[in-house]
Design a protein around this ligand. Structure first.
Ligand SMILES: *Cc1c(COP(=O)(O)O)cnc(C)c1O
Length: 378
C-alpha cells in the first residue's frame, strides 16, 4: 500500500527473543520483567523517580487524576491541541476540562499565560502535553505556579520519553508523569504505559489504583512472602504483563539512539523545507530544550487544499496524517468546546499535516517526501 509509511516499528530479533524467553519462563504478569522495566525507566528519568508500568497511556492519565483526587466540581486545564484521551479522562472522572490555547503558530505547546488565564477557584489540576516530543518551554514556571496555587500538575509525556529541559527529564516536573508505549510512540510495546512520580505517597496510591487497591501481589504469595492481602482503597486493574515489559526493556535500550536518529531526520526535513511555504513548528527552540522528535508536524500555507495534498502524497505512496482533529469537530464534544475560544489551535488544526518519521527512515526517504509535498503545493 505505502512506499513510505507514517511510522514503522524499530523491532528486530531482540524483541522476539525477549517475548519468547518470558513465555518459556512461565510467569506472565507482574514478575521480574515488570520490576526490571520500572527500575530501568526510573533510572532513565533520574531524580529518584518511582515508576509503575500500566496497561496504556490512557490508564496512566486516568490513574493520575484519581491519585490527585480530581472529581465532580473540579476543573482541569488541558491543551486544546492534543489527543482526545486527555479530554476523555477528565470528563470520565466527572471534572470539567478547560482548554488552554497553543502559544503561537510556531510553538504549539501551552504557555504559562494561556494556563494562567484559565485558572479559577475550581482549578484542581493542569495537564501539560509536550507536543510532538518538544518540551513545553514554560514547564518550570508552570510547575512553580501550580505549587504556589495548590494545583496538581500532570505531564502527559506520551510524545516525549527522554525529552529534557536544562538536563531535567520531562515527566519529572509535575506531580505525575504519564507515558504511552502504544505501537506508534517513540518507545513501542503495542499497548502499554508508565506512571512516574517523585513523591513516595503518590507512588503508593498509584500502586493501589493499578491493582485493585491490594497490598500484596500474586508474586508475593507465589514466593511465600504473603498469605493474603488487604485492600487499602478502591482500585482498578491497569497492570502490564511480562511479555510487554520484556519488549519495553529492549525498546528502552534502543530509545536514546532512536531519538537521536529522529532528530537528524527532522533536521533534514527542516533544511529541505526551509525557504518554502511550508512552516515546520518549533524551529526556534531555546538551546536548553532537548526534543525527542516524536512526529514531524508541518503547517501548510494558508488556503492550501489539505485534502488534495494528502491525496497527492498518497498517489506517491506516501502516508500522512493529522495531529489532531480538534475536539469541537467530534460529535461528543461539539457542544462543549468552540474554536473561538482557542483561535491559535483552530488555525493549526485547519492547516496541520504530519509527515512520515521513524528511526529506520533513510535520508533519501525524507527527500522523497519533501519533494512530493512541494510538488503537490505547486
Ligand atoms: C497516545 C497518546 C495518549 C494515549 O496513550 P494510549 O497508550 O494510546 O492510551 C495520550 N496522550 C497523548 C498526547 C498521546 O499521544
Amino acid at each position: 500500500m505505502w512506499d513510505i509509511q507514517l511510522f514503522k516499528l524499530n523491532f528486530d530479533d531482540l524483541e522476539v527473543k525477549a517475548v519468547s524467553d518470558v513465555v518459556a519462563g512461565g510467569w506472565l504478569s507482574m514478575g521480574e520483567k515488570i520490576i526490571s522495566f520500572e527500575e530501568s525507566f526510573g533510572d532513565f528519568l533520574g531524580d529518584g523517580a518511582h515508576c509503575k508500568a500500566v496497561a496504556n497511556g490512557t490508564a496512566a492519565l486516568h490513574m493520575a487524576l484519581l491519585a490527585l483526587e480530581v472529581g465532580r466540581g473540579d476543573e482541569v486545564i488541558i491543551p486544546s491541541l492534543t489527543f482526545v484521551a486527555d479530554v476523555n479522562v477528565v470528563n470520565l472522572v466527572g471534572a470539567k476540562p478547560i482548554l488552554a490555547d497553543a502559544t503561537s503558530l510556531s510553538d504549539w505547546n501551552m504557555s504559562l499565560e494561556s494556563i494562567e488565564k484559565q485558572i479559577t477557584e475550581r482549578t484542581k489540576a493542569v495537564i501539560v502535553v509536550h507536543y510532538a516530543g518538544y518540551p513545553c518551554r514554560d514547564i518550570v514556571a508552570i510547575s512553580q505556579l501550580c505549587r504556589d496555587r495548590g494545583i496538581g500538575l500532570i505531564e502527559d509525556v506520551a510524545h516525549a520519553p527522554g525529552a529534557k529541559i536544562a538536563g531535567k527529564v520531562c515527566g519529572t516536573f509535575g506531580d505525575i508523569g504519564c507515558f504511552s508505549f502504544f505501537s506508534n510512540k517513540n518507545l513501542s510495546i503495542g499497548e502499554g504505559g508508565m506512571v512516574s512520580t517523585l513523591d513516595p505517597e503518590i507512588n503508593m496510591k498509584l500502586g493501589y489504583l493499578r491493582s485493585h487497591g491490594m497490598t500484596t501481589l500474586t508474586l508475593d504469595r507465589h514466593k511465600g512472602r504473603a498469605i493474603t492481602y488487604d485492600v487499602a482503597q478502591p482500585g482498578l486493574n491497569y497492570r502490564m504483563d511480562e511479555m510487554r515489559a520484556a519488549i519495553g526493556l529492549v525498546q528502552l535500550d534502543k530509545l536514546p539512539a532512536a531519538n537521536v536518529r529522529r532528530g537528524e531526520l527532522t533536521d533534514r526535513y527542516r533544511s529541505n523545507l526551509h525557504d518554502s511555504s511550508v512552516l515546520v513548528p518549533f524551529s526556534k527552540q531555546a538551546s536548553n530544550l532537548q526534543s525527542v522528535y516524536h512526529i514531524l508536524p508541518v503547517l501548510l500555507p494558508k488556503g492550501a487544499d489539505r485534502v488534495a495534498v494528502i491525496g497527492a502524497l498518497k498517489e506517491n505512496r506516501i502516508q500522512s496524517s493529522i495531529h489532531y482533529p480538534p475536539f469541537w469537530d467530534f460529535s461528543s464534544y461539539k457542544d462543549q468546546f468552540s474554536p473561538d475560544d482557542s483561535p491559535i489551535t483552530a488555525e493549526i488544526c485547519n492547516r496541520q499535516l504530519t509527515l512520515p518519521l521513524f528511526p529506520t527512515m533513510t535520508d533519501g526517504e525524507v527527500d522523497q517526501v519533501t519533494e512530493a509535498l512541494l510538488e503537490a503545493l505547486r
